[in-house]
Ligand binder design. Structure first.
Ligand code: PEP
Ligand code: MG
Length: 747
């Protein structure tokens, strides 16, 4: 930037700050600002367009266009040149605007006489706030310096907008982060909750976008970047890092040491921005680039830069990840995404979880289910919009979050919660009754668990036992590998709490999306089909053996049930089983009391196991269908990829035929069979499974009531008939026929 334009820019920013500081109304400020900018940029027109809602831009102030068009002229995102700037988050610079593709003629503004157009986005760290435009009659391209200067001004406007400087009630321009917003996402876990937002990663608030003394600001940014570099070096010096972690941190270091990054921020400061605003300006620019980059690797690197910018902002503002804010009452966690371990750290404190990303099949969703908290996934840009403490309603059934709701919405929502509570009470009255169908079949209903906190549900839900205890959750909550004694104590407590009811302990199922923080992550192209679950257990048997020893010691003379995840072929089961037998021998020789009874089973999660030799079905004590994984491999549809996951229904008749085959194979050898995927907890799916011959289902505790209530009302022979008719008709899925039949039963 040439020196003259630097000081011009600084002067302009200082004048902008004075406007902000003065006691005036939002509209007056906007009018003064457009005047100042047009004057400083020597253009006839300067206009500010702000978002009225996420799709609509409104002309909020102008110098040069017809004043009557203010608050009248609106355009959709992507419409006209202004809309294009907003949609692409990149400047449009043209000497002949009317000839430009997408130009929209708006007669009320009188802008047709202006030939040159320069528009830059008003954005704050990826949040689109509006568009700043200058126009002039003379046909000319604006220079790079002019574009840069306008971007700097737009950055200050963004901060001012964020701080509510342009809010005014008269024209309905309400402050950001104040109005009610509804986010329509997808259901991750049913249920309803009312509470207050708790941001997993709180936003950094910058209150000083303009700075007087560039030298001081440059000192501040250099000092902060210095600290950032030291912190990255510190991370890199940790000895236990593996090659992959090192590589990521090396990329961080490269950015932290990048001269270009620091130089650009220093230039921003020279133009009058504060150190914080300079970081945000570069971060916004990087985010805008990120949205355009098709290459996943490069996007990942830009993500690194985003992360570093956040760290730098926290250093500069002193607002750590822990902002000192108190967790509000009834906290509802709002985040872009969260891993299962992090979610477990929050535990049962949370009333609900709302994520921008995530997926139904992910283990974070399973943890939310285990914790029985409603979860919404794919909730737009909620982490941008929500502020800590905001009132929020989580409608997990509909996948909708109401942020800062109107009182009428909140009231209707409370009615819904009350109705759900009533339904729960109805289910509670069934607690001690069996899941006995009209045709006289009893289905045993078990619960899935993985945390100590789950166990009180064993009694409350009326479950016959724990059909799946996901032992990896205990590994995920720790930051180091648990010891055998710790695990033995824990498993003993689980068995104590079960009071003699059967608990099927599934050995460690890690890999795929369950990455232990203290184990080297594997860079696998397809982790769900990679080195996971029993494959890890057999290749590196140390942990498997330690876990088996802990289970044997915990049982201390009681009956023990162990099952192995992800068995794909007979030999894997034989090998895993042999480990158990070897450990029994060893533990006995050490004087430990052995279990009074022992069941060793396998989870059927890959289609191959359904075709295993008869000897497998003879040897295994039971088979438990892991429907989440089985469905993913049956349909070749990633359980974590919402786009493909939703295409396929468990009630698809091909899948049901496959379940039929598994039932037949188990029946041939009298091998007990159960189903423990999430589908077992959905009443209609549970009904179909029972009609196909499954006599044991395992589900989240909250599903036991609804599933039992439905099973007690039906005749499974009739249900089977409905499925057969749908098959004979050539339907893809039995769902429509089942739903139809149920509605005729008065359901
Ligand atoms: C399954 O795959 O259905 C299952 C129960 O295991 P998880 O969901 O833990 O992979
Ligand atoms: Mg599984």
């Amino acid at each position: 930037m040439p020196e003259r334009s630097d000081s011009d820019s600084r002067k302009l920013l200082r004048r902008l700050r004075d406007v902000l500081g003065a006691q005036s109304k939002g509209q007056e400020r906007l009018d003064q600002i457009t005047h100042l900018i047009a004057d400083s940029m020597r253009t006839e027109v300067c206009s500010i367009y702000l978002f009225r809602d996420p799709e609509t831009l409104e002309l909020c102030a102008t110098e040069g266009l017809k004043p009557e068009s203010v608050h009248q002229t609106r355009m959709k995102l992507g419409e006209g040149l202004v809309g294009r700037v907003a949609r692409t988050s990149t400047p449009v610079n043209t000497a002949d605007a009317p000839a430009e593709k997408g130009f929209r003629y708006m007669p009320e503004t009188g802008e047709e006489i202006y030939s040159s157009f320069l528009g830059v986005p008003i954005q704050r760290v990826g949040e689109k706030l509006g568009v700043l435009v200058v126009q002039s009659k003379t046909a000319r391209q604006f220079s790079d310096d002019e574009i840069y200067a306008l971007e700097v001004v737009a950055m200050v406007l963004a901060e001012m907008t964020e701080l509510g400087a342009f809010t005014s009630d008269e024209d309905g321009m309400r402050a950001l982060h104040r109005q009610p917003v509804m986010f329509r996402g997808a259901t991750g876990q049913e249920g309803a909750a009312e509470g207050h937002v708790w941001l997993h990663e709180p936003r950094v608030v910058v209150t000083n976008p303009v700075a007087d003394d560039p030298l001081t600001e440059i000192d501040r940014i250099r000092e902060a970047v210095g600290q950032l570099r030291v912190s990255v070096d510190d991370l890199l010096s940790v000895e236990s890092l593996d090659k992959d972690q090192k590589q990521v941190l090396e990329a961080y270091r490269m950015f932290a040491n990048s001269r270009g990054w620091l130089r650009r921020m220093e230039e921003d400061i020279q133009s009058g921005l504060s150190a914080e605003a300079a970081v945000e300006k570069e971060q916004s620019a990087a985010r805008a680039r990120m949205e355009q980059v098709p290459d996943a690797y490069l996007r990942e690197r830009l993500n690194d830069l985003d992360d570093l910018s956040n760290r730098l902002l926290r250093i500069l503002t002193g607002q750590g990840a822990d902002t000192g804010a108190e967790m509000p009452e009834n906290p509802v966690l709002v985040a872009r995404n969260i891993g299962p371990g992090e979610l477990l750290d929050y535990g049962r404190k949370l009333r609900g979880v709302v994520l921008e990303e995530g997926s139904v099949g992910s283990h974070a969703a399973i943890v939310a289910r285990a914790l029985a908290i409603p979860l919404i996934i794919h909730a737009g840009r909620i982490s941008m919009e929500a502020l800590n403490g905001d009132h929020i309603l989580v409608d997990g059934d509909q996948g909708i979050a109401h942020l800062r709701p109107e009182e009428t919405v909140a009231r209707a929502f409370r009615d819904k919660i009350a109705m759900q509570t009533q339904a729960q009470q109805r289910y509670a009255s069934l607690r001690d009754l069996p899941a006995l169908t009209k045709c006289g079949t009893t289905i045993s209903l078990h619960m899935n668990a993985g945390l100590m906190a789950d166990l009180p549900s064993l009694e409350g839900s009326g479950a016959d036992g724990v059909g799946l205890f996901r032992t990896e959750l205990q590994f995920l909550v720790r930051n180091k590998m648990p010891r055998r004694a710790e695990l033995a104590t824990l498993y003993a407590r689980v068995m104590d709490a079960a009071k003699g009811k059967r608990v099927a302990f599934r050995t460690l199922d890690i890999g795929s999306d369950k990455v232990l923080p203290y184990m080297k992550p594997n860079d696998e192209p397809n982790p769900a089909m990679g080195w996971r679950a029993i494959r890890v257990g057999l290749d590196k048997p140390g942990v498997l053996r330690m876990q088996i020893q802990a289970l044997l010691r915990a049982s201390n003379g009681r009956a023990l049930t162990v099952m192995f995840p992800f068995i794909s072929e007979f030999s894997e089961f034989q090998e895993a089983r042999a480990h158990v037998l070897r450990e029994i021998h060893r533990e006995r020789s050490l004087g430990h009391v052995m279990p009074s009874g022992l069941e060793i089973g396998a989870m059927l999660e890959t289609p191959s196991l359904a075709f295993a030799p008869k000897a497998f079905f003879e040897l295994t004590d039971f088979v438990s269908i892991g429907g989440n994984d089985l469905k993913q491999f049956f349909f070749a549809a990633d359980r974590e990829n919402e786009r493909v996951r939703r295409r396929y229904d468990m009630l698809n008749l091909s899948f049901l035929s496959f379940i039929d085959q598994i039932v037949a194979r188990c029946a041939e050898t009298d091998t007990p069979l159960s189903f423990c995927g999430e589908d077992a907890g959905r009443p209609v799916e549970a009904l179909a499974l029972a009609a196909l011959g499954l006599r044991s289902l395992s589900m989240r505790p909250a599903s036991i009531g609804p599933v039992k209530a439905l099973l007690r009302r039906v005749d499974l022979v009739q249900v089977r008939g409905v499925i057969e008719d749908a098959r004979a008709k050539g339907d893809d899925s039995a769902r429509p026929a089942l739903m139809d039949w149920l509605s005729n039963q008065g359901e």
